[in-house]
Design a protein around this ligand. Structure first.
Ligand code: DQQ
Length: 549
């Protein structure tokens, strides 16, 4: 039966019950979206030796039907777990999965799997050929540090390539393997990238982005008007980082655009300044876009996970494209979310939010909602001075200057998932600082009052928004609220913050409230605010008869 209870989301991807972590092998294939994920079929906690690939299908990336697991640890080459990997659609339309197996000797190897019946539109069963592994673990890589094959791309020489994470001589490396036939793979001597001090990196994703416009590109595209993005997940910080650069398929190397950030990917741009990990993108040929998935783990206790019977959600799928500055990605919830929009409320254009004001946006059930707001800043004169040390640690700055700490220009933003007495609330806000003659815009999600329950992890979340606030004098915020997750997109998707929250008032049947607030000394204006209540999507629902809906 479907597990319910504390924090169950209404439109974020979750299996009906049990543990999930990384997104695996997302693809659009023969008119159907497939989503696979790291799954423990036996319970709500991570189980190192027992990971399977959960599998669901969808026609719209919003409503999902659960199928049987696609991969389970049953063969000598994956006896101790089917770990993360990716899907590739081969010429002719055959779908292939490459994944990491933890073999019978507890060594990490790369395996291939194909649909048992390629004409089954749901690709329900997957076959793991007996000739696996297709890539044995290399002698210069420790047995437990070789994993997470990417989607394959074709070079101009007609050879397939994949990126795989491996630690070589203690250096976190993104290795490239080439193949003519997808079965025999040969490693390129040079890694695609080496991140010397970063420890183990995981789940590499290399994909092309168009220099202009929002259209996505097939993973094999490699033309002059394109850049590539390399995304790496760093175990040490449990964060995802990315860099825009140039990929050269003659040498299979990647040259970062922002060289000044160095090769330690912990200094690259953050994909999300909140709580997501192991993200993976795919090219959606149905709508010519690149779509990103990421895992958002729970922040309460393991005892809570066990009690409610599940753990882990996926972020709502995001469309990705390159900003005009050629350096940062823009991320935006896919447009299909609008099919869930029901009741709408708004604020009158130009509504002034005075210093100290708190305006309730009433009239919708705001525990599952989509809110879009644009703030206009009449003046930046009162902006606080920025101590340069803060530039290095925006999260700490958000911790020290939370929503209740009065500022000059800001903090202003949204208060979400608030109890009637405001005892519990989560604030998503901006704050402008003056730095020499320039301005810096900080975005934070303040979780410190999100739950009155003890034992919930509530770190500060925050990042700077890389845009010229002096020129624009406007800043947009989009926030998706879904019971235990608050996903926010600042400055048109330049800075994203995903936060997991566990408001107690909702557990006792009380409504959540939504507000706009301003705790600066200067008034701000709302040039647009629309908030929609969202319907509950059909996500892996299991009926009372135990059958998938
Ligand atoms: N999770 C998988 C690994 C990957 C890690 C195992 C990242 O393949 O490196 O569940 O979260």
């Amino acid at each position: 039966l479907a597990a319910g209870g504390r924090g169950r989301t209404a439109y974020h991807f979750q299996p009906a019950k049990n543990w999930q972590n990384d997104p695996n092998g997302p693809m659009y294939h023969h008119g159907m979206y497939h989503f696979f994920y790291q799954y423990n079929p036996r319970g709500a906690l991570w189980d190192i030796g027992n990971l399977s690939w959960g599998h669901s299908v969808s026609g719209d990336l919003v409503n999902w039907a659960a199928l049987d697991t696609a991969l389970d640890p049953t063969a000598p080459f994956d006896a101790n777990g089917c770990w993360s990997g990716s899907a590739t659609i081969l010429p002719g339309g055959l779908a292939a999965i490459l994944y990491t197996g933890i073999d019978a000797n507890n060594e990490q190897v790369q395996n291939v799997a194909f649909p048992k019946n390629p004409s089954d539109p749901l690709l329900r069963e997957w076959e793991k050929p007996a000739y696996n592994p297709v890539i044995a673990h290399p002698a210069d890589v420790p047995g437990d540090k070789f994993r997470d094959p990417s989607t394959a791309w074709l070079g101009r020489d007609g050879l397939w390539r994949i990126a795989v994470s491996g630690e070589v001589d203690g250096v976190a490396s993104t290795l490239v393997y080439r193949s003519k036939d997808f079965l025999r793979w040969e490693r390129n001597a040079a890694p695609l990238h080496a991140s010397h001090a970063a420890g183990m990196v995981e789940c590499p994703d290399l994909f092309p982005v168009a220099e202009h416009g929002r259209e996505g590109l097939n993973t094999s595209a490699n033309g002059a008007a394109e850049r590539h993005v390399l995304k790496l997940s760093v175990m040490d910080t449990l964060q995802d980082y990315y860099m825009v650069g140039r990929y050269d398929d003659a040498t299979d190397t990647f040259s970062p655009e922002e060289r000044e950030r160095g090769d330690d990917c912990r200094n690259w741009r953050r994909l999300d300044y909140g709580h997501v990990y192991a993200s993976k993108s795919f090219f959606d040929a149905r709508k010519n876009r690149r779509v990103l998935w990421a895992w958002a783990n729970e922040s309460d206790s393991q005892a809570d996970d066990v009690a409610r019977g599940w753990s882990g959600i996926q972020t709502f799928p995001r469309k990705l494209w390159l900003d005009k500055d050629g350096k940062q990605l823009l991320q935006w919830p896919i447009e299909e979310i609008e099919t869930l929009r029901r009741k709408r409320i708004g604020l009158r254009r130009g509504t002034k939010v005075e210093a100290g004001a708190l305006l309730e946006i009433a009239g919708i059930a705001s525990s599952q909602a989509d809110v879009e707001v644009v703030f206009k800043l009449p003046s930046l004169e009162e902006a606080e001075r920025l101590d340069p040390i803060w530039l290095l640690d925006p999260q700490k700055l958000c911790g020290e200057k939370g929503a209740s700490v009065q500022g000059g220009v800001g903090p202003f933003g949204l208060i979400v998932l608030a109890s009637g007495d405001l005892h519990e609330h989560t604030a998503v806000f901006f704050r402008v600082f003056k730095h020499h003659d320039k301005y810096k815009l900080l975005m934070c999600t303040d979780l410190t009052r999100s739950s009155t329950r003890a034992g919930v992890y509530k770190p500060p979340h925050g990042g700077f928004v890389d845009m010229d606030i002096e020129e624009h004098k406007r800043i947009s915020l989009r926030t998706l609220i879904d019971h235990s997750v608050v996903e926010s997109f600042g400055g048109g998707g330049r800075t994203c913050i995903t936060a997991r929250v566990y408001p107690e008032h909702a557990e006792t049947g009380n409504d959540s409230h939504l507000y706009v607030f301003n705790n600066g000394t200067d008034a701000v204006k709302v040039s647009r605010l629309e908030a929609w209540e969202l319907a509950t999507a059909t996500v892996n629902v299991v009926g009372d008869d135990g059958l998938v809906a």
